[in-house]
Design a binder for this molecule. Structure first.
Ligand code: ADP
Ligand code: MG
Length: 342
């Protein structure tokens, strides 16, 4: 073979190899991921799809983050222009709200009724008094707690809607709303819907352990770790496919005073942190339901909580009670694999 012919052959082989590699790359499944601080937590969105769809999948992630940001701006009581801040600052006892805020408040009431009042979005003033979101939380005076408790309770507000015009009516002018136990669930639910609308078939949205998964990961369920309530590490793994997994724990936001741990999930019946559980994981189709239930079941405790969950379709729970005992709903074992104790 003369030199020219040989060089040509090398060139052709190289071109074919590059072409094949590019082809394989474009149709192989890749992970696209991004994290942002939102809703006071690190939100990570991971999408799985073909390399050739890179642009489309990255745009989908952008849209999902934009959606979470929009919901936070609508529902955070800490953002003065939000609808919730507006309700809380209003002198009027009747305030117009968007259909979305109405939807969340109506769902809050359904979950509250379902849980005997364990879920309660009227605890904003109590949260302020305890100072969980501030720099120096401390145990308040009992009298101050009792005073605020007069203005809490789900019967203190009602939501009405006629012809797509929605209003919240405050039965007590001093009632203040805090959607901290449900809005994150709604935000990740909507983020997942936006991803699906953008053509995403496989993804995970993780807002600090509140998780929604779309589809599966290369034909197998996503593995979602359940954090140990007493430190680092995980106590088990959930096989997740098209489902939401939300955990409420006493380790998320707390302070210690006089050797006692005080955390941010308040028992609406006492005004003090709920004492029966260390962590509650809820597995459900709907992330909003999972979020609200994880908070409510935490307040209710293992016995009443498991009883409630067993009566609900498509909802499972794992509860670690204050004695470190694990409790499971009837079909939780379908999803949860516990780690062997070392
Ligand atoms: P996280 O926000 O850490 O995921 P949760 O979903 O359990 O945890 O929500 C806790 C938040 O919910 C608190 O920070 C507070 O804003 C609000 N909250 C506290 N107690 C209750 C309650 N009994 N019902 C409804 N919301 C609550
Ligand atoms: Mg919650």
């Amino acid at each position: 073979m003369d030199l020219k012919k040989r060089n040509n052959l090398i060139l052709i082989t190289a071109a074919v190899a590059i072409f094949l590699l590019t082809m394989i790359d474009s149709i192989s499944i890749k992970k696209f991921t991004r994290s942002e601080m939102m809703m006071d937590t690190l939100v990570e969105i991971s999408v799985f799809g073909m390399g050739k769809d890179k642009k489309k999948l990255e745009n989908a992630i952008d849209s999902a983050f934009t959606e979470i940001d929009r919901i936070e701006k609508l529902m955070s009581r800490f953002i003065v222009t939000s609808e919730i801040a507006e309700i809380n600052a209003s002198d009027s006892d009747e305030i117009y709200i968007s259909s979305e805020t109405a939807y969340i408040l109506q769902n809050s009431q359904v979950i509250s009724d379902l849980t005997g009042g364990a879920f309660d979005v009227t605890l904003a003033e109590l949260m302020e008094l305890w100072g969980f979101t501030g720099d120096s939380p401390s145990v308040p005076d009992k009298s101050a707690i009792e005073r605020l408790m007069k203005h809490t309770g789900n019967e203190k507000y009602s939501v009405s809607g006629i012809d797509t015009i929605y209003r919240v009516k405050l039965e007590d002018p001093e009632v203040k709303i805090d959607l901290g136990g449900i809005a994150k669930g709604y935000a990740i639910k909507r983020a997942a819907e936006v991803l699906k609308e953008s053509g995403v078939k496989s993804a995970m949205v993780d807002a600090g352990g509140d998780i929604v998964v779309i589809g599966n990961k290369k034909g197998k369920p996503f593995n979602v770790g359940i954090k140990s309530p007493d430190g680092e590490g995980i106590i088990g793994v959930i096989g997740a496919e098209d489902i939401a997994i939300v955990t409420s724990g006493d380790y998320e936001r707390f302070f210690i005073e006089g050797g006692v741990k005080y955390h941010h999930i308040i028992d609406p019946a006492t005004g003090y942190p709920a004492r029966k559980c260390k962590s509650v994981t809820i597995i459900a189709d709907d992330a909003l339901v999972a979020d609200a239930l994880s908070t409510a079941v935490f307040v209710m405790g293992a016995e009443a909580g498991i009883q409630l969950v067993d009566g609900l379709d498509e909802v499972e729970a794992m509860i670690i009670d204050s004695d470190d005992e694990a409790h499971f709903s009837q079909n939780a074992h379908k999803y949860i694999k516990l780690k062997e104790k070392e």
